[in-house]
Each structure stands twice: as structure tokens, then as C-alpha cells.
Design a protein around this ligand. Structure first.
Ligand SMILES: *[C@@H]1O[C@H](CO)[C@@H](O)[C@H](O)[C@H]1NC(C)=O
Length: 151
């Protein structure tokens, strides 16, 4: 019985991880070339209880590419999940600006999402990406945040 419970926990803990490569995610980013990286399993919204300061700046209204890594795949063909990109001036008021379908890409796959920077200047925007798994065997949502300025 004990073995079963431990096994069930392991299954959940290793299901579907999310990394935000660019803009750089908050906190560390270790071991991301392997599926199941510890830094990519943040389950508590909106930002996985990590804080951060802007590490990059973008020019207002210009396009840039967000790089999201599906660190560990847990695609369920019957109920496919998706990724979101949102941003705002605080963690509690973010606007979704992009949504990407999970089409069963393998672990470590990098999604490129082109977005248009906000038009209002501000030295601290927060970007949030999520991986909504829609998979009953996996945690429902994975979170990562990054910080950037708009000049
Ligand atoms: C900028 O990104 C938007 C949204 O992704 C896209 O529709 C538009 O064509 C892009 N513009 C340029 C100049 O690449």
C-alpha cells in the first residue's frame, strides 16, 4: 500500500513541467536540458511564489519572441491542454495576450510565440506563462513569470 502511494506521488511530481526561457524566468533555471527540471515545476499561481525584477527591456509596440519550453510532456490526446502568455503591471491583474495549443510536442520542445510589446512605457511589467495540462494525471496548471521593462 505504502509503495502504491509513493508511486502515485512520483507520477504526479513528474508530470508536465514548464520553463520560460525568454524573457528569462524568475529564479534559477537549472538542468533545463533534461525533462523534469526542478525549476520548472511551479504549481502555485500566479507566479509560483517567486519574485523578480526586470532583466530585460523592450521597445514599446515592437514585436518580440517569447520562448516557452515544455520541459516535460504530459499530453492527453482525449483532452489536450494549452499554454497561455499574459502580462500586466501586477501579479493580480494580467491580460492574456496569446494562447498556444498543446499538440503533443515532445518533452523539451520550445514554443516560439511572437507578441507585440505594450504601448505604455513602464519599467516593470510582469509576464506570466502557464501550461494548462487538462490531464487528470497531472497538476492542472504550471506557472512561470518573468519581468521586463517597456521603454
Ligand atoms: C507582430 O506580431 C503580430 C502578432 O503576433 C503579428 O500579427 C504582426 O504581423 C507582427 N508584425 C511584424 C512587423 O512582424
Amino acid at each position: 500500500m505504502k509503495v502504491l502511494i509513493v508511486f502515485a506521488c512520483l507520477l504526479v511530481a513528474t508530470s508536465a513541467h514548464l520553463c520560460l526561457l525568454s524573457p528569462r524566468q524568475r529564479g534559477s533555471m537549472m538542468g533545463i536540458n533534461k525533462p523534469g527540471a526542478t525549476d520548472c515545476i511551479l504549481l502555485k499561481g500566479p507566479c509560483g511564489e517567486r519574485t523578480g525584477m526586470p532583466t530585460t527591456g523592450v521597445k514599446a509596440g515592437t514585436n518580440f519572441t517569447v520562448l516557452i519550453q515544455k520541459n516535460l510532456d504530459h499530453w492527453d490526446k482525449a483532452t489536450p491542454g494549452y499554454f497561455t502568455v499574459s502580462w500586466g503591471l501586477s501579479e493580480t491583474s494580467m491580460t492574456m495576450i496569446a494562447k498556444v495549443q498543446d499538440n503533443g510536442e515532445p518533452s523539451l520542445y520550445i514554443y516560439e510565440v511572437e507578441v507585440t510589446a505594450p504601448k505604455s512605457l513602464n519599467d516593470h511589467y510582469i509576464m506570466q506563462v502557464t501550461y494548462v495540462t487538462m490531464n487528470k494525471q497531472a497538476p492542472p496548471v504550471f506557472y512561470q513569470c518573468a519581468d521586463f521593462g517597456v521603454y
